[in-house]
Design a binder for this molecule. Structure first.
Ligand code: FES
Length: 285
């Protein structure tokens, strides 16, 4: 049987889309958003913000369509279309900042997702203009909802098939056995130099403080955002910055202090036992 998602999977590998995706990413990176960028990612709530923000336009437009279908209150339908348009702007902005920090295959689907949603917004803007002049605007609204639904399907593909926006460290506690695991002799962890070790199948980043007593910190090495190698990142102010998209995690506890990641990094306890450095992940299965 033919894979019903084959056309969307073809989008993932359609390199021609890079001609749009690359300037789109550069444009979004150049926006002077400052701290608002992390707010739009949703780091403050520990989840991506975009899926929450799209509820307003989708809910408003679906409700307007129901009123249009049942010949319900035209004034209420007009108001719902307007509310959906107002909610589309922050939803689009949060989606854009997320999509500008993704893998190429995700970016390609992301630009088609964004184009579909922009088309839906244009159709609803036209619908609202017609309604405000006393016309029906219903068919434009139905067309807008159809295109928005297609855009939403692509968003679902991005999240559930391509794992954009999810916590890529979630499996770590299930892949590491409970208890302490030896990772090497103390001299294998020089001050201020990142060392990568495997604990079972899980890569772990170890870093001994350059200053002070030289405490060793250990985090899962694959970034919670999209699995970038933190051991190849930059280290400063007690934090590591991922080399792929710049998420920054505190070495002492794995807290995410800068996005795009919205999830923390699994953080290990470290001890010296029988002349070896050992690590243990609280909550490991
Ligand atoms: S993989 Fe994207 S910030 Fe680390």
């Amino acid at each position: 049987m033919r894979n019903p998602l084959s056309k969307i999977e073809a989008l993932e590998n359609a390199r021609a889309l890079d001609r749009v995706a690359t300037p789109y990413r550069e444009f979004v990176h150049a926006l002077p958003l400052g701290r608002a960028r992390d707010v739009l990612h949703g780091r403050w709530q520990g989840h991506p913000l975009h899926p929450a923000l799209v509820q307003l336009p989708i809910g408003s437009w679906t409700s307007a369509a129901l009123l249009d279908l049942t010949r319900g209150n035209e004034r209420a339908a007009r108001l719902l279309v307007a509310v959906g348009l107002a909610g589309a702007l922050p939803a689009a902005l949060s989606g854009a900042v997320d999509s500008a920090d993704q893998l190429p295959e995700q970016e390609r689907v992301g630009v088609v997702h964004a184009a579909a949603n922009a088309t839906a917004v244009a159709l609803y803007a036209a619908s609202l203009a017609v309604r405000c002049r006393g016309g029906s605007g219903r068919m434009l609204g139905f067309a807008g909802l159809t295109v928005a639904t297609a855009g939403g399907f692509l968003g679902g593909h991005l999240a559930y098939r391509q794992a954009a926006g999810v916590n890529h460290s979630e499996a770590v506690p299930h892949l590491i056995g409970a208890g302490w695991h030896a990772v090497g002799a103390p001299e294998e962890f020089p001050r201020g130099r990142a060392v990568r070790r495997l604990v079972g199948e899980v890569p772990v980043l170890l870093m001994r403080d350059a200053q002070g007593v030289g405490e060793v910190h250990a985090l899962a090495d694959r970034c919670a955002h999209l699995s970038g190698p933190l051991s190849e990142g930059e280290f400063s102010d007690g934090c590591v910055t991922c080399p792929w998209h710049g998420s920054t995690f505190r070495l002492t506890d794995g807290a995410c202090v800068a996005g795009p990641s919205t999830a923390p990094q699994p953080s290990f306890e470290v001890r010296l036992n029988d002349g070896l450095v050992e690590v243990r992940l609280p909550g490991a299965a």
